[in-house]
Design a protein around this ligand. Structure first.
Ligand code: OSB
Ligand code: MG
Length: 368
């Protein structure tokens, strides 16, 4: 495939309700979308960076810069046998995986159309239906959180993840377990603790959690291994895993028993597949994380979640949990059993709503 044009645009999309984690609160998403044109076909993708450099160091602005000044010029006008070939070409840029993922994933969309395959099948997916959970942010009060948990369970979601931080953890988990004793429950700390909190994190063990996600440093492996030796709750890593080698090392030293794969964080489908394969070979379950994506990023997440190692419910949930109106047709819906059907049609399986995208656009640049 030969890419002749790439368009970057930033849209502004207000969340239905604010989402709060241990690192801050989001009320409106500022999302960079990427459109690539190759051989008369069009592919779409989303940069999954947050508005501020708090989850990782990338932002919409850093991604725009890295894409426009490096990755896009390296991609245009060349013949690509596979989107995976971008990985080696992009390697001189250290990190910036979310920027890299956006470009690679848009080409996967085009590649699927060229091969006349659903994107999920093309990347190795086998599941027709994926199990879904929800990620519930920090709330103003425990009753408000309990109501939110009840609502998501009633909608059919298979597991509940709650965000925790010091002062909003044991008390919250206690209240949830009192009201919902049997549910699949987990906690995500987004690096809010240190090894000095080991005794406190040990208290989590009595809540029978599926896992505790990223309790320690965003760039740490070693202390997670030390912590895992002291607690029964399985540790799941999110922020710390960027490559298949990170995954291998983390598993080798016992830093985690589960890994959350985010397409952006690992640089796109090729990186995601590599992390998936390392985990699968070592019998480490993986699941698909979320970054409050619009429908386009969500569609890519659904395709990735069809890979065989994605055995645990992911943070991939319905469009209507986030937006008054999504930017794809149809919107992502979740069944009463808490599942999403993987599209069987050619390509992404969801059509970008161009009119709506145009209306939401606050910045646009096209490079030929
Ligand atoms: O750590 O998984 C996380 C959102 C923004 C940044 C980090 C995370 C999250 C979520 C939300 O948990 C998952 C979603 O619903 O998209
Ligand atoms: Mg997380």
């Amino acid at each position: 495939m030969k890419v002749n044009r790439i368009e970057l645009r930033q849209i502004q999309l207000p969340l239905l309700s604010p989402f709060e984690t241990s690192f801050g609160k989001t009320t409106t998403r500022r999302i960079v979308l990427l459109r690539a044109d190759a051989d008369g076909m069009t592919g779409w993708s989303e940069v999954t960076a947050g508005e501020s450099p708090f989850y990782n160091y990338e932002t919409p602005e850093t991604a725009w810069h890295i894409l426009r000044d490096f990755l896009i010029p390296w991609t245009l006008g060349k013949e690509w046998a596979s989107p995976s070939d971008l990985v080696a070409v992009f390697r001189p840029v250290r990190g910036h995986n979310m920027a890299k993922a956006a470009l690679e994933n848009a080409l996967w969309d085009i590649f699927a159309q060229q091969k006349k395959l659903p994107l999920a099948k093309l990347v190795g997916g086998i599941l027709d239906e994926i199990p879904c959970g929800v990620s519930i942010g920090i709330k103003q009060s425990v009753p408000e959180l309990l109501e939110s948990v009840g609502r998501e369970l009633a909608a059919g979601y298979q597991r509940i993840k709650v965000k925790v931080k010091p002062g909003w953890d044991v008390n919250v988990l206690d209240a949830i377990r009192a009201k919902f004793p049997g549910i699949l429950l987990m906690a995500d700390a987004n690096s809010a603790y240190t090894l000095a909190d080991t005794a406190h994190l040990k208290e989590f063990d009595r809540f029978n959690l599926m896992m505790v996600e990223q309790p320690l440093g965003w760039d740490d492996l070693l202390d997670h291994a030390k912590l895992q030796k002291e607690i029964a709750t399985p540790v799941c890593l999110d922020e710390s895993i960027h490559t298949a080698d990170d995954a291998r090392k983390a598993i080798e030293i016992g830093a985690c028993k589960i890994i959350n794969i985010k397409l952006g964080r690992v640089g796109g489908f090729t990186g995601a597949k590599a992390v998936h394969d390392v985990c699968r070979a070592r019998h480490v379950p993986v699941w698909c994380g979320g970054m409050l994506e619009s429908g386009i990023g969500r569609a890519h997440n659904i395709a990735m979640s069809a890979l065989p190692g994605f055995t645990l419910p992911g943070d991939v949930s319905a469009s209507k949990r986030y937006w008054s109106e999504d930017i794809i047709d149809p919107e992502v819906t979740v069944s009463a059993q808490g599942t999403i059907r993987v599209p069987q049609s050619v390509g992404l399986g969801y059509a970008p709503n161009l009119q709506r995208i145009e209306k939401l656009t606050v910045r646009k640049e096209s490079i030929e």
